[in-house]
Structure formats: structure tokens, C-alpha cells
Design a protein around this ligand. Sequence first.
Ligand code: NAD
Ligand code: ZN
Length: 357
Amino acid sequence: ENLSAFLYRKRDKPPRCDIVLENRPIHEPGDKEVLLQMHSVGICGSDVHMWMDAHIGDYAIKNPVVSGHEAAGKVLKCGKNVTHLKAGDKVAIDPFYPLSTDEYCKTGRYNLCNHYYFCSCPPDHGTLSRFYTHQADYCYRLPNSLSYEEGALIEPLSVAIHACRRAKVTLGHMVLICGAGPIGLLSLLVAKAMGASQVIITDLNQNRLHLAATLGADHVINVEQNKSPQETAMHIEQLLGGMPDRTIECTGAESALQTGIYATISGGCLALVGLGADTANVPLVNAAVREVDIVGVMRYCNTYPTAIQMLASGQINVKPLVTHRFPLEKAEEAFHVAKAGEGIKVMIKCDPNDQNP
Ligand code: NAD
Ligand code: ZN
């Protein structure tokens, strides 16, 4: 029995999909694949988005697709060409892998490859199942000291690592993070680990700001209390005692993009992680004449080994981000909680015999 949480396109207004629990066949692993017993799968904002809208950008649900891409599980069986894993290994799944070896892949930027598999992005099935097969080269063994949930959190942690690398965060930097959702909070942890001297984080949600403070944010700002992006930028400068060297934008909101540009120091860098409307009205000339570099962030590449080392050494602790847990049978309830945004990370537990972290 391979119980799996599918999204079925059902109607023309949100939620456009139903979350349907159905058994699907357990696939034999191919030569380069492993069969995994899934343990923990985090719900990402994009999973909720897909449930509500039945599409993300050009990727639309036509046939039912299994949801979930922040995942960790246990190896049950290895294909015959798999040498680096064995049955019983605990692994984190990198849900994204290129299907070609184009120039981006050759230079190590495989996240830019146009021909890829991405768990839960239609038509590619995701990980919200009891059992799932994946490319072995994109399964990373976890030390026993790490939990499956920490393994599942490596996916969003990877986004944060890639964002801080793209922004070139380094020793002594003052960093502004817009948005205290999972990605913003993980960026806070990564920026601190990379040597940031002060991190300031913004949000509209006081509970999330509160958590940010307990996770080590030096300053938090509830932007509701501020009027214009320029005023918010000045407030940020006052609190830090200077303008931030780096800004990691993790909301996609137009006002936060504007604040990000105004706030960042001349010669600094603004990394765009948040994905909002296709176009936004932003003060580009302000960025141009002050040489504020604006860099894009597309998921991540080459982050899993780094993330595992950071977690295993205790330099980053992601455990406080998990606020809710549901068994796979209650996937729909879990999605409702994730959508309400009351917690931070909602985990779905796929192993009926082990619902531990
Ligand atoms: P989230 O929705 O949980 O968090 C966003 C937070 O921003 C919320 O807490 C919200 O209250 C806050 N916010 C909204 N408007 C704001 C404003 N004007 N100022 C300050 N805060 C504001 O989402 P998340 O899972 O943390 O992801 C953050 C963003 O990153 C999303 O836009 C997501 O699509 C994007 N993302 C991008 C990539 C990538 O590869 N570029 C990968 C993952 C996620
Ligand atoms: Zn995601």
C-alpha cells in the first residue's frame, strides 16, 4: 500500500484542486535510483499555491500529481549502479535535478538548466507518499545525529544558503531580510552563520517577528507601523547604526522590493528571493546611481553537502521552525494550517510506525 497525497484539479475557483489520498504502485528503483520509505515532508508555500491555483507560472495541473518536495526518508532498496548508498541509510532528497548536461550544468549552475525533474511540479510527482523512488545522486546521506525533519528542512535551507551566497554575505555585514516566513527565517540563520554582525528582519506578522527575535535577529520591524518604503529604510538605518550591506528580499511584495532598494547601502547588494507579481514598480534609478547590485535567486545549487555540515556541526539549528505535525492521512488538514500561516513549518509524517521528528 503506497498511500500518496495527490492534487486533483476540480474547479475554477480556489481551492482549484482537491487533496486526494490514493494508493499508487511502488516502483522498482531503476539502475541509478533508490526506493525510499518516506518519513517527513514539509509543506512549502508553493505546494499551497498549487493546491489553490492548480498552476504555478506555466506549470499547470492536468493529470493528478503527488504533492511535496521538502523531504527526507530511508533507503529501502538501491538500483544496481548505486554505490554511495545502502539500505537503511537516512537521506535528504534534493527534489530538483537536471535531465541534461547543458552548459549551465557543466559550469555547476544546474539550477538554471531548462530541462529538469522537480518533485511536485506537474507532471513530475512529489514526495508525499509512503514510498517514493528518486535519482540516487540527488539523495544525500544524513548522519544519525540529524533527524528526518532536519533533512526535510534542507530544501528551504538551501534556498537561504543560495540567496546568501548570491548576495555575497560575509564577515561583519549588516543584513536586512524582508519577510519572516520560513525562507526569511532560514536566511537569518544562514546570514548569521556566514558572519553577519547584525541582522534586521521585517514582516507584518508579529508572531513571526517574535520567532525571528528568538532565532537571533538583532532587530525586528513590523512594517505596518511604518508609512513609506523610504521611511522604513530610514528606520532600518537608525536601528542598525548604518545602512545594510546586503538585503535578502523574501516576500515578493512590491513595497518590500522598494524598501530593499532604498535601504541597501551604496555599492551593496539586493538578492531577490521572493516571487510576487510578474512586474513591479521599483526605484531602479536609485539602485543604478548608487550601484546597488540586484541579483536573482533560482532555488539553489551545490547546497546539500554544505547544509548537512552546517546542521551536523550545530552551526545552524533549524528545529525551532517546525511548529506543526500531521500524519499523511491528515494531509488536507495540514495544508489548511499551512495556508493560514499561523505556524512556520508544517511537517507531514509519512511513516505510520515512526512519527518522531
Ligand atoms: P511566506 O509567505 O511564508 O513568507 C513571506 C512573509 O513575508 C510572510 O510572513 C508575510 O507576512 C511577509 N510579508 C508580506 N508582505 C510583506 C512586506 N511588505 N514587508 C515585510 N514582510 C512582508 O513565504 P516563504 O515560504 O517564506 O517564501 C518567501 C518567498 O520566497 C515567497 O515569495 C516564495 O515564493 C519565494 N521563494 C523563492 C524561491 C526561489 O527560488 N527564488 C524559493 C522558495 C521560495
Ligand atoms: Zn518549496
